[in-house]
Design a protein around this ligand. Structure first.
Ligand SMILES: *Cc1c(COP(=O)(O)O)cnc(C)c1O
Length: 373
């Protein structure tokens, strides 16, 4: 059994994907070829944004977004402590300071209460200027934007949605990648919508930011002259090949994969919820299930469960084994565990189970039987 079975998806889409790849090779249009603009138009329409700007990966989607917001030294950017490293790393690489915030243990997403406390603390300390919030749509579930956006407005902060795991989710029909000023996603193979390598995209409704991002992803070039560089940018374009692969994958994602993966989540829920803490999806929220993560009672029980599954050939993952505040790279900040009690709980008790749209109910039964034994 596989944790995320990309081969099963390829079997279903093989003809379309093989043709798409061959068409790009035949066209020799490897950089910013036609599939790029086709994909950008389709994704922008799907999430309900005016503009989509594809780029090389999710990490640079975040970095480029912050560059377009003019984030730099002296600025404070608030993000979740329980996430993949890039949510905070994108801030540091621009010389700004990531301010890490504890999560809500039910949703694994940033706690709006802890967020507001952190903003007040940074304002009163007066060392950095609060500029932006990066809420993360962890495990496929959109963050609590109903509470986060008013907080951002109250303190005059921009919002950059880290939807690397969130593509396809929604809140009352409003799609992930449409919240806040700018949204960033990733097409890393194991993400809800993945390509066959690295890839990413940025979404916005603001044309100034759209044009700036198109320049920044191509070394700050002017719109008309590639060798007229107007600011410092990155070389961060999505390959035409990856866009061509994403087009049939996106169609499958919309037509059946999102429904299928939500069925898998229901099977797990029904069979596990009597004995374990299964994921909480708040009313009106819809997850694209980048991960299906349960909470065990404590670290000993969680680690033993992972070993038990492994002995039966079932892979599971620990997302995440440490909070961002515990990363070696941030040792200098000297952050204490006391501020991040829910992150600590999650790092010790969370276990992510095999999850993908092609998982059969028989497989879920097999996994659940071992967990409940
Ligand atoms: C994967 C991920 C990223 C980075 O995306 P890459 O395409 O791997 O660079 C950023 N944030 C979160 C929350 C992620 O899960």
């Amino acid at each position: 059994m596989q944790f995320r079975d990309l081969g099963a998806q390829y079997k279903v889409l093989k003809d379309e994907i093989d043709t798409a790849i061959q068409d790009v090779i035949n066209s020799s249009s490897f950089i910013l070829g036609k599939p790029i603009s086709e994909l950008e138009n389709k994704l922008a329409e799907y999430v309900g944004r005016n503009y989509c700007i594809t780029c090389a990966n999710g990490t640079e989607a975040l970095q480029l977004s912050l560059m377009a917001m003019d984030i730099g030294p002296g600025d404070a950017v608030f993000t979740s402590d329980f996430t993949y490293f890039a949510s905070a790393g994108c801030v540091s690489i621009l010389g700004a300071t990531p301010i890490l915030v504890d999560i809500n243990l039910e949703t694994f997403n940033i706690s709006p209460e802890a967020l507001e406390d952190a903003i007040k603390r940074i304002i009163s300390e007066g060392k950095q200027t609060p500029k932006a919030i990066i809420p993360v749509d962890l495990f496929g579930l959109p963050a609590n934007y109903d509470k986060i956006i008013p907080i951002a407005n109250k303190y005059g902060l921009k919002v950059l949605e880290d939807a690397a795991q969130g593509f396809g989710g929604n809140i009352n029909g409003r799609m992930s990648c449409s919240f806040g000023n700018v949204s960033a996603t990733s097409f890393f193979p194991a993400k809800p919508l993945g390509c066959y390598g690295d890839g990413g995209a940025i979404f916005t409704d603001n044309n100034e930011i759209n044009l700036r991002l198109r320049s920044l992803r191509a070394s700050g070039k002017s719109p008309v002259d590639k060798y007229d560089n107007r600011e410092i940018g990155l070389n961060s374009r999505l390959d035409t090949l990856q866009a061509a692969i994403l087009l049939p994958k996106f169609k499958a994602f919309v037509e059946w994969e999102l429904d299928a993966i939500n069925n898998v989540a229901r099977w797990y829920d029904e069979k596990l919820k009597a004995k374990y803490v299964t994921p909480t999806i708040p009313k009106g929220y819809y997850s694209s299930w980048a991960q299906y993560t349960i909470l065990l009672d404590n670290k000993e029980q969680r680690d033993a469960m992972q070993q038990k599954l492994k002995a039966s050939g079932i892979p599971s993952m620990i997302y995440y084994p440490r909070g961002i505040h515990q990363q070696q790279a941030y040792k200098e900040m000297g952050l204490k565990d006391d501020f991040f009690s829910n992150t600590i709980e999650a790092t010790q008790r969370a276990l992510s189970l095999p999850m993908h749209p092609y998982l059969k109910e028989d497989d879920v039964n097999k996994i659940v039987k071992i967990i409940l034994r």
